[in-house]
Write a protein that binds this ligand. Structure first.
Ligand code: M6R
Length: 365
């Protein structure tokens, strides 16, 4: 049932404040202000040398965001690869280490195969899945559910937001176990997490502006997405979402990679979507925006009021996100990213819920 939405994707984008709130209440003891995992762990985060993450598509990008969180919050080194490579690389995985797999459907063939490979190496396995009865859930030693509810649109939106929510809770739990997180920082992170559903609702208020912007994006042949830090995987996610449902060619890049090649593409016809909350790397991203502006590139900035006041550049549009703790930015910035893809594809008359050549669940490799 699409409710009063035209498409499942639109409905699922708008459900995010609610489903992220539900997922949070499953992982956070609000009275205590602590992460409480729903299941006991058969391994000790404090004793891990390394965390292996594997997934496909959007779930892989959730894993890329989580790499920053596990490394910064828990000082836990992370290795991550797409499951289609991880399953055949024959990487040596240490016995009693941990492999984390992420999947909405829990049936993705490559993700399942890399899970089985990890088990064959003697690893503990933890899955973050949306379908608790799925094969991946059944075969993992620990299941951490995302409570997004059924996701019908082929483009993953609310499952992604819930994956990020669970992964951040896991990183906080790991940080506590490894003694890398002060009680004060943990409290601040929980406070930030608790505000996310409200901030998401704020972000959705930009929809009218995004609808207008989508007409511009729809005219482009190529679109570039740039970001640094956790905004880098968000740039990859933005590009995937746009190409998947609008069929416009899009590429996501680490902003610092711009001058190593993609800058050659930039001219007046290429919208450049820059994802840049006012975080520790904001100034670095501004210097990349200057490089884009100097070549006539049209910048669409997804940022905040503080950044907008500082950068001093002409932009085609600025989508102003609410102020937040930069750690939770991916959760909130996901919404304008999804809405840009959605409205561009709708404006172009594409079938956003069932894009050509794609299946919701990829059960063959
Ligand atoms: O069910 P899974 O999360 O394992 O699916 C992984 C990918 O197939 C999926 O995220 C795909 O990239 C989406 N269509 C992206 O929107």
């Amino acid at each position: 049932d699409k409710g009063n939405h035209r498409h499942f994707m639109g409905k699922e984008i708008h459900e995010q404040p609610e489903v992220v709130g539900r997922t949070l209440s499953h992982y956070v003891d609000l009275a205590e202000g602590r992460v409480v995992l729903p299941e006991a762990l058969p391994f000790d985060f404090g004793k891990l040398n390394r965390l292996y993450i594997t997934a496909c598509g959007t779930a892989y990008y959730a894993g890329l965001v989580a790499r920053y969180w596990f490394e910064q919050i828990a000082r836990l080194p992370v290795e991550i690869d797409v499951a289609s490579e991880a399953r055949y690389r024959e990487a040596p995985l240490e016995r009693d280490g941990l492999t984390l797999v992420i999947s909405q459907s829990g049936e993705t063939a490559d993700t399942l195969a890399s899970l089985r490979y990890a088990k064959s190496q003697g690893q503990h396995t933890l899955c973050v899945v949306n379908v608790p009865t799925s094969t991946i859930a059944r075969e993992s030693s620990v299941v951490m559910p995302t409570l997004a509810g059924p996701e019908i649109g082929v483009a993953s939106t609310k499952a992604f937001a819930c994956q990020l929510t669970v992964l951040l809770c896991l990183a906080i739990a790991a940080g506590r176990a490894r003694g890398t997180l002060t009680a004060e920082r943990e409290r601040a992170l929980i406070d930030a997490l608790i505000t996310v559903p409200g901030l998401m609702a704020e972000a959705l208020k930009q929809e009218g502006e995004i609808e207008g912007l989508a007409r511009e994006v729809a005219r482009a042949r190529d679109v570039l997405y740039l970001g640094r830090g956790t905004s880098y995987p968000m740039a990859l996610e933005g590009a995937l979402k746009l190409k998947e449902i609008s069929y416009i060619h899009a590429e996501g890049y680490a902003a610092g990679e711009l001058k190593h090649g993609p800058i050659a593409l930039i001219d007046e016809s290429v919208p450049v979507i820059v994802i840049a909350p006012h975080d520790g790397v904001f100034e670095k991203t501004v210097s990349n925006m200057q490089e884009v502006a100097a070549r006539g590139g049209r910048i669409i900035l997804i940022g905040d009021a503080k950044g907008a006041a500082e950068h001093g550049l002409d932009t085609l549009a600025t989508l102003t996100m609410p102020d937040l703790d930069a750690t939770v930015a991916p959760l909130v910035y996901a919404l304008p990213i999804q809405l840009i893809a959605y409205h561009t594809a709708v404006f172009m008359g594409k079938d956003v819920d069932q894009p050509r050549n794609l299946a919701k669940s990829v059960t063959v490799e």
